[in-house]
Design a protein. Sequence first.
Length: 199
Amino acid sequence: MSNYVGPKNRLSRREGLDLFSKGNKLRRASQPPGMHGAKGAPRPTEYGTQLREKQKTKRLYGIIEGQFRKYFEIARRVRGKTGETLLVLLEMRLDNVVYRLGLAQTRSMARQLVSHRHVLINGKVVNIPSCQVKVGDVITLDDTAANIPHVKIRLEDSQIHSPAWLERLSGCGKIARLPQRSDIDVPVNEQLIVEFYSR
């Protein structure tokens, strides 16, 4: 499976957004990558605007084009608003849930915890970051992960709050309900993604 291994700053600058929670490590966030930056950049077309929104969402959740397209096809077949359904599917990925529960600082860290077999769903080890969790599932970390310094700090931090659709318990979390659009704080316009794939 392909995986981007280049500079993350470049992707964040391309989308004009801190995609990877780098904070003050992100340099020239408002300037596109390249030698000349924004100088001479053509005015974005309708297609270009839709493409940027799709790329931004894909990179926020750390998935590749093929996976993203599959999520869209699933969302299109479900009754309701396709864009909102797409975001719900992305939010219900195991790596994203671990991130949302505050057990990891970034989605990429959460993905690594899952891949290294540190995350359990209802007591069973799951090492597939794209695994779709269900309402009522209980997400826990194994003892090894709980003793990793940066994870231990986050587990003990009472200031970390999870979204309303999740219940954060001591050292674990539970899926209380499906997320609604108002619960999802990602800065994307999902309608542009629907228009992009509907061309």
